[in-house]
Design a protein around this ligand. Structure first.
Ligand code: AMP
Length: 496
């Protein structure tokens, strides 16, 4: 659906369904200014970031003061493949977003970038991360008369911007950001400026690039590579970058804070060919595999990755253990990430749709299976069974991260705590449930060593590792102790 936003009449999306959508989401963001074909570059950048969210994509482009938007459910390659769509988004500046969301009915109005017309003009906004006080802020804003158009936490920022006062957009943005908690890497586009922001802890990534003089912002460097843009640097935690014409300004408006980049980006989320926070993700994953081999060796014949996410760690494991690496499981690439399937039923089916045992590699072998993480445990249980049925004589599972015991509230989609396999079971119990001969997880210190730290300093952890430790680096105003989740699912009832 392409929508001409003019100077800001807002989206013409219908208001479909009335059930609350989920709050938290995995996302990728992209922005460019000072180029021709900004929307085409944005579509390419989003395509490179597709792993960060596969259920919807959107682009807002700016041409001569006029904003235009196209949003589509599904993959970027499907929603933006018609050249007429990109032709309908002319202009030298654009921002885009890929996202994960849940139910079909409520999704379209939550597709980002969000757009609104303010007293200072139009502004489009795309967000990667998750706010942990959005529910509380939303209640207040609704009481004060705000009319919400979506159920995303990001929209809270739109309403704060509208009410924040201040003499210019930057001042308004900084005042609004001062009210929010949680994780955010943002790109925003006004009639004059492309703005990039990273939260003070720098939980989610955001990089700055250059494409023949055009300024590019993207969640990961793989989105620069696809364009042939050069990597300039990471946007630093707490930094606001403003590109306008030929000028590029940097502001540090927040109280300095200890950096807490998400360690799970290295474990699973970021693409292996990206460099995040100065470290190559592939190298980090291989180092994770080597650490794992040292910590938890196994008497086996071959190392087999659970593709694709387990591959770099399995290579590192095999090298360090001096075992041969074999593709004992073949992945069908034409299905999305299992975990991102929207229902439990499909998620269960998903493993079979996605992975098949390669009998010739497995038959008669003692196998070390390497995967990046166990979340619900669905994948491992099925894979182990599949590997045994294919004739493996022993199956030793090695997990390239510590047990995931807590939900992420900062933008990686994880189930509520009660559904996390490691929150309910000991390592020995998990081993029994998934049916392996032995099971080991990487230690916390091992993970920190693999990403270049001496170990985990419990007083000042260098990363956000809340999913493994429960040590959340921000306040969690919306947290509901009873359900163990952020209060979000009943949003519309609250907004009612
Ligand atoms: P599960 O079956 O729930 O244990 O899923 C574990 C698998 O999902 C692992 O192999 C990971 O590669 C993958 N995974 C881990 N975290 C996520 C996430 N937040 N989103 C999508 N996939 C994930």
């Amino acid at each position: 659906m392409t929508t001409d936003l003019g100077h800001g009449q807002g989206f013409s999306d219908p208001w479909p369904g009335d059930e609350a959508d989920r709050f938290g989401e995995e996302c990728g963001v992209f922005g460019i200014t000072g180029s021709r074909d900004a929307a085409a570059f944005t579509a390419l950048g989003l395509h490179a970031l597709q792993h960060r969210g596969q259920e919807a994509a959107g682009i807002v482009a700016l041409d001569d003061g006029v904003f235009r938007s196209h949003k589509a459910l599904g993959l970027v390659g499907d929603g933006f493949s018609d050249p007429a769509i990109i032709d309908g988004l002319p202009g030298g500046s654009a921002i885009g977003h890929v996202r994960y969301a849940t139910t079909g009915a409520t999704m379209t109005r939550n597709i980002q970038p969000l757009f609104a017309e303010f007293v200072f003009g139009g502004l489009a906004l795309a967000h990667n991360g998750n706010l942990t006080n959005a529910h509380a802020l939303r209640d207040r804003l609704v009481d004060e008369g705000s009319l919400f158009q979506s159920t995303t936490d990001t929209e809270v920022l739109v309403h704060l911007l509208a009410r924040s006062g201040g003499t210019n957009v930057l001042e308004r943005l900084i005042r609004s950001l001062a009210e929010i908690e949680g994780a955010y890497s943002l790109v925003a586009l006004t009639a004059k400026k492309l703005i990039g922001v990273r939260d003070p802890l720098g939980v989610r990534p955001l990089v700055l690039g250059d494409l023949d003089g055009a300024v590019v912002l993207a969640s990961e460097t793989c989105a620069l590579d696809i364009l042939g843009a050069s990597y300039v640097r990471d946007v630093v935690p707490g930094e606001v970058i403003v590109a306008e014409g030929d000028s590029l300004q940097s502001y540090k408006p927040f109280e300095p804070a200890e950096r807490r980049f998400c360690i799970f980006e290295y474990v699973y989320f970021a693409r292996p060919d990206s460099v995040v926070e100065g470290k190559g993700v592939y190298e980090a994953r291989k180092a994770i595999g080597s650490e794992l081999a040292r910590e938890a060796p196994a008497a086996a014949d071959i190392v087999v990755p659970v593709p694709d996410s387990g591959v770099p760690a399995a290579i590192g494991f095999a090298e360090a253990a001096n075992l041969s690496f074999d593709l004992g499981i073949i992945r069908n690439h034409y299905v999305g990430r299992t975990f991102i399937e929207p229902t439990d039923q499909i998620r269960h089916l998903g493993v079979k749709l996605k992975h098949n045992a390669n009998r010739s590699a497995l038959r008669g072998k003692r196998v070390v299976l390497v995967d990046d993480s166990i979340v619900r445990g669905t994948t491992s249980t099925k894979i182990v069974q599949m590997v045994r049925e294919a004739g493996a004589t022993e199956v030793h599972m090695r997990i390239a991260s510590p047990p995931m015991t807590h939900s992420c509230f900062y933008g990686v989609d994880t189930p509520e705590r009660s559904k996390l396999m490691a929150a309910r079971n000991s390592v020995a119990e998990i081993g029994d449930i998934i049916g392996v001969d032995s099971l080991a997880f990487l230690s916390m210190d091992g993970l920190y060593r693999a990403v270049g730290e001496p170990g985990r300093d419990a007083r000042r952890p260098a990363y956000c590792d809340a999913c493994f430790t429960g040590s959340y680096p921000t306040s969690l105003t919306d947290h509901d102790a009873e359900s163990g989740t952020l209060r979000a699912r009943s949003l519309l009832e609250h907004a009612g």
